[in-house]
Structures are given as structure tokens and as C-alpha cells.
Unconditional design. Sequence first.
Length: 296
Amino acid sequence: MISFDSLPGNASLKKSLRSALAGRFPQTVLLSGDDTEGLQTLSLTLAAALLCENEEKRPCGVCTACRKAEQGVHPDLTVIDEGENELKVDLARRVKAENAIVPNDGARRVTVIHHAQNLNPAAQNALLKELEEPPAFAFFILTAEQPDSLLETVRSRCLKFALEPPREAVSGEDAAGLLGPYLAAVAERREDRMMQAALALEKTPRRALLGVLGILQAALRDAVFTASGLPQAPLQPALRAETRALARAVPAGRLVAIYDFINTLSERVSRNAAAAAVTCALTGDVYRIAFLSFRF
């Protein structure tokens, strides 16, 4: 059942939103934070609350509007999620056109735009008037992992709510537990098992995932030294068996190329790469670099 309780932590934020929903809720809000999945959960919950038919508890989770919103079939809810792709002016024009039409089911129409920092300047400028003076029935929810990338003119038109930052990154021990099966699968040339292991990382918050990728690079460095016959104290002793197996299976030059690729992948994560894209990179791209025709 859709509810603010489905978002862990963030007690102060949820209290603020519930209080705002009890009064005159702003028509344009900006939700920000490092946790992409958390932003998706929060934005959908807030959209359901705005569409909810219950006057006392919103979202109630049981009315027709809440159920339709949760199932993604509410005719007055538009969710835009283009991942890492640039959001162009034609999208802004489509949003404006859709919000010129009165709602179908109730009194409100809600538009959610995920990764709003990917709106290019022309698209942001095209939305300015709509965000500042929307039709009485139109509500906009923007989510942004990097809100400072939005134009100040856009940010100033939004009431801002921010997710609490993750309290803890993944510990070194937990990271080793996540990466051990992955490194073993690479050493065994098992692309299917690489994907299974990479899938375990999909729910890791972005900030924590960057730490895990850093530990992966340290393990790759250990494997490079082993493959090259260079003495060194391992940076990741908990992964010693896996890095030795990797050193036997993959030439040092290709291990260096994988190390460099993980650097590129970390930059993508910093720019908000989708979880599925990270999984594909750790599977297909790493397998290609390690074992298939590749110039390095």
C-alpha cells in the first residue's frame, strides 16, 4: 500500500510534507537527494497524496486514485523518466500542452519529472512560466540528484524538499561480500554469474555505490600486481583469494583496462547513471574488456 512510511528514515521531511498537504500545497516542488530510488518512492507517494480522494489521510493508499497511482495507470499522473538522456525543449512543450487539458478523474493533474537536472537550458526556460503560473489544477514534482545544475530561475519557482543523506556508506566488509562473488565470476569467465552478482548492487544508494566501486578498483590493483609478479601488501586482504584467481585468468594489461573503465563508470554514477546501466556495464563491458577483442 502506497504510503510515506515506505520511505525509510527522513522523519522530518515526511512530517513537513504531511503538514504541507494538510493546507494549501504548493503547485511546484523540487525533491533532491543522492538516493535515486528514494526520490522515485517519495515522488510517487507525493503524487498519490495530491490525487488522493481521502480528505483526512493523504495518501490513504486504499482509494481508487491511490491504487491507480501506485499501479501507474492514473490518467491524471504523468511520470517522465529518461534516465541519463538530455531532456529537450520538445518535452517541455509536450508537458505544457498536456497541462492545458483539464483532469480526467479528479480535480488535479500531476506531472513528475525525474532527473530534472538533465533538462537543457532551452527546456528549462520553456517551462518557466508553467512552473510559475500553472493552471489551478496542475501540480509539478521535479526530482534532481544535482539540483544546483538547474537554472536559478527554475529553482526559485519551486518549494524545495531534500532527502536526508545516507547515514552510512557500505562498510568494507559488506563491500567485500558484494564484490567477492562478482570477482570470482569474472575469473571463471561466467557472464551470467557476473550479472547476478552485479544485480546485488542495484539497490545501493549512489554515494555508497561510489565507495563500492572504489573498493573494486583497489581489488583490481591487487590483481594487477599479482599478475605482474610484483610484491605488495594487498589493499583488499578480504578479497585475496578472488584477486589471485583473477590474476590467473586475466592478463595484467586487460586488468588495467578494467581498472580504467571502473573509473569511467564511477563518473557515470556521479552523473546519475541508472542502476540497470551500471549492471550492464559491470557485466557486458567488463566481460568484453577482459576476454574479447579489445584494444588497450
